[in-house]
Design a protein. Sequence first.
Length: 660
Amino acid sequence: MQRSSRMKKRYIHGFDGLRALAVIAVILYHLNPDVFKGGYLGVPIFMVLSGYLITDHMLLSLSTTGHFSFKDFWLRRIKRLYPALLAMLLTTSAYIVLFQRNLLGNLHKIVISNFFYVYNWWQIANGQSYFERFANSESPFTHLWTLSIEGQFYLIWPLIILLLWRLTKKRKITIFWTSLALAVVSSVLMALLYQPGVDPSRVYYGTDTRAFSILFGCMLAVIWPSSYLKKNVLKSDRFIMDGIGLLSFAGMIWLMFSLNAQADLLYRGGMVLFTLFTVLIVAVVAHPGSDWDRILTNPVFNWIGSRSYGLYLYQFPVMIFFESKFRNIADHPILYPVLEVLIIVAISEFFYRFVEKPLGHFDYHQTITWFKQLFQAKSGSRMNLQRGLTALFTLVTVVGLVGIFQAPTVNADAANHSQLATTIKKNAKKTDKENKRIAAEMRSQREESKKAASNASLSKSISKSSSISSANAEAEAAKNPVNQDLEKYGLTQVELHAAQNLMITGIGDSVMLGSAEGYQRIFPKMYLSASVSEQVYQIMPRIKSILDQGLMAQTVVIGLGTNGSFQDSDLDQIMTMLGSSRQVFWINVHVPTRSWQNQVNSDLVNGAKRHANLHIIDWYNYSKGHPDWFSGDNVHPNPSGSPYYYTFVAKQILDTLAAK
């Protein structure tokens, strides 16, 4: 394909279309990650575009003028990015001060680290998880990690380009290979640092592990400079480019609907593959000879694309604050997301019109003159609007700063949600210790090859002991009572005694882990494998490991579904792995703050119809009228609600086994 000698930088409207698709995908993911499971992949689209546009601009400037003004570049970036970012930080801080003070802890650190574009590293250093949706109250700032990576790129990459430009003869070739080498290193680091079964937030947030998306965009700019691309091309070339664009776009959509954010494949090639698809579509859209620029150019995409920065900034605060006030999200899976989107759009449009756009073009040398005019006596609708907005922004800034200055005096671990996180961590350590003891006991019983028969006879003994005519069993239990304080929750001494000898394996997420102490008190021979943010689709390797170690009892209780729904095939695979001889008890979910609650519970009921040995424990209906049983997230039982939770589960298991 021929290149034009035209050197003028052109605006590529199709990039607004890509930005629109990217921000829509991210918002949909944050609204419902269960349905739009790969929407987070909108972020690499932004990164590829940033790498391409910045490098393209720099190389054009260096090629035509021989120099590049860092001062002008950074000032443009500051004027473009900082006003909207600071407005979001201060507005969100003001809301926290007035309406959600439980989020005051660490607010000053969050604001400062975002101001200096190092927030992603602060998140890593402080163990902030992108995936723990309940154990800690979700932060309205979580999504800002990507802005920090881009901010670091704007600071460092121009210096690298200029250094290579000045020190090498084959400048563009050197820049190309440098971009490619760094991108490969970043991709490899992602694969190496990722650990299956461990929260991948370190890999997800890291500049070193995510830079490849930007760097592949930089690489493209070297070999595909926008100002050299010619509009008039052969029909065959146009057909080839359009075909490449179609295949790339299809690949992106496929990955967006198939790659879970915690899947092994994502970190071991999946995200790199998505980025390469994005690079190809960016290349095709950038070329004026293809049809993709026109396809992605329309008034709606142009509007969304031009406001994509604000839409990205305000999406998370709106969702977090909205969902903290409206707790019955599961009952309104369509209405509430629509309302949230409307609020996001309205707020973003407001700040685009009155902050982002005017301050992006404002001559800051005229600041004093502007303030003098503001306080002059003459009035008018425009001047009154400016005065009103100035007063509003001043008030918001003052309130936001109050919160930022108050934050150091707030104990970040004092809030209820942090107490929950502490309980979960404590239980995780204690459970690990208990599991070692129970594992040794289970292996000892396995060596006797009587595990199955033992459980069968135990079920019969429970049945006999719990019958009304079994006065001797009741008398025996009365002589040596155990856990008497749990009788008020509906458990009899006969059942509590039977539970002491029942070998049981528990598999679950943070809800089960939060009540681990109670479970193991009722079932002292319970092997409990539970971890935070666990999802059904992730659990198969752990089940296989438990089976391989001989630690899967004939009675299994599962507490999964809190963090997202699952396919019927996932449930069927789990039941096949466990086998038809085991009795499997699956606790349904109480997650009114998430759209997937009803779907999960419905799928479990249908699963029980397919598998005779699957029994559903209806925790949802038992607990839904008792909001006082739950922590602030309305998901995890609190200290007073936890006994109701684990005793109800125990009662259902013991009654079912007794009836067999």
